[in-house]
Design a protein around this ligand. Structure first.
Ligand SMILES: [Zn+2]
Length: 316
């Protein structure tokens, strides 16, 4: 296996136009790509162009009615999908399918042992998207679809999703709340959008105990995150013994992010990734696919992403 890691990226991802001044902008990906090009990191990444996801996989997590509605709104060049929280353009449906296709490609690259790790530099993000509803700049739940793909295509039975975006990954939690094949962990600011993700939300039915939420107050810093990762998540994850780890990697818990008040440094994203890699090395031969969710400070987003990548690349 190569020392490189797989980077899924396409300039097509810039074509999802959210309108002037919107924080979830194409400039987010541009800032990361240009930073990676400005140093050696880009040379350690094997860039793969994504293909559009087959609809059958999107339908694993979203209703046909919702998928058709999204498509028809884009075909009509509407500027929002029902609410102002979900800005779209004519291309958005096509690009959202390409985002799902990106994470599925990353999963294939890792499952086929071409790489042990992959990072998906894509948009629109996905972790708020529900079965029948777009939410919080998200349309199709990339991570949830990837987890279902791992179960159905590859027959896996234990997948861990680690969501450190500053917002609770309500869409992903919802998709697996009654499911023990996917363990969902989310650390997020509370109170904050979307408002869910309390500690007592731990799953239901056969999914009871397979959701773990760590809401943290505004102002929380690196130490608390590291403590929760090492003392709560690590132990539970080793006990669960995942066959694959997916990361919903938002970088909006950074101290200068405009949408939240957590105080993380950029460097802690390397530390947190190192902890997740330790779990992956113990349980699943290092298999990790990470995908971009939020992160809105265009100066610090690339620095956070670079720290994450350095860890995935095995830098000490
Ligand atoms: Zn977020």
């Amino acid at each position: 296996m190569d020392n490189k890691i797989s980077l899924i990226y396409s300039n097509e991802y810039l074509k999802h136009d959210t309108g002037a001044g919107h924080p979830e902008s194409p400039a987010r990906l541009k800032s990361i790509i240009s930073y990676l090009k400005s140093n050696d990191l880009i040379n350690s990444l094997e860039i793969t162009e994504p293909e559009s996801a087959p609809l059958e996989w999107v339908k694993e997590n979203h209703s046909e009615k919702y998928i058709d509605l999204f498509k028809s709104y884009c075909d009509k060049s509407m500027t929002f999908l029902l609410t102002s929280d979900n800005p779209i353009c004519r291309e958005s449906y096509r690009i959202a399918l390409l985002a799902v296709g990106g994470i599925l490609k990353a999963v294939d690259n890792v499952m086929e042992n071409k790489f042990s790790k992959a990072f998906c530099l894509l948009r629109p993000p996905g972790h708020h998207a529900l079965k029948n509803e777009a939410m919080g700049f998200c349309f199709f739940n990339n991570v949830a679809i990837a987890a279902k793909y791992l179960v159905k295509k590859y027959g896996l039975e234990r997948i861990l999703v680690v969501d450190w975006d500053v917002h609770h990954g309500n869409g992903t939690q919802d998709a697996f709340y009654e499911d023990n094949k996917v363990f969902f962990f989310s650390i997020h600011q509370h109170p904050l959008y979307p408002g869910s993700g309390m500690e007592w939300e731990t799953g239901k039915g056969k999914g009871k105990g397979f959701t773990m939420n760590a809401p943290v107050p505004p102002g929380s810093s690196d130490d608390l995150y590291i403590e929760i990762f090492t003392e709560k998540l690590f132990t539970r994850a080793i006990d669960y013994n995942p066959q694959f780890i997916l990361i919903s990697s938002g970088f909006d818990a950074h101290k200068y992010d405009p949408l939240a008040q957590i105080q993380l440094s950029e460097a802690v994203y390397k530390t947190l990734t190192d902890i997740v890699i330790k779990m992956a090395d113990k349980c699943c031969g290092g298999k990790i696919v990470s995908t971009l969710e939020g992160g809105y400070n265009l100066k610090y987003l690339p620095l956070c992403a670079a720290e994450h990548l350095k860890s995935l690349l095995g830098f000490k």
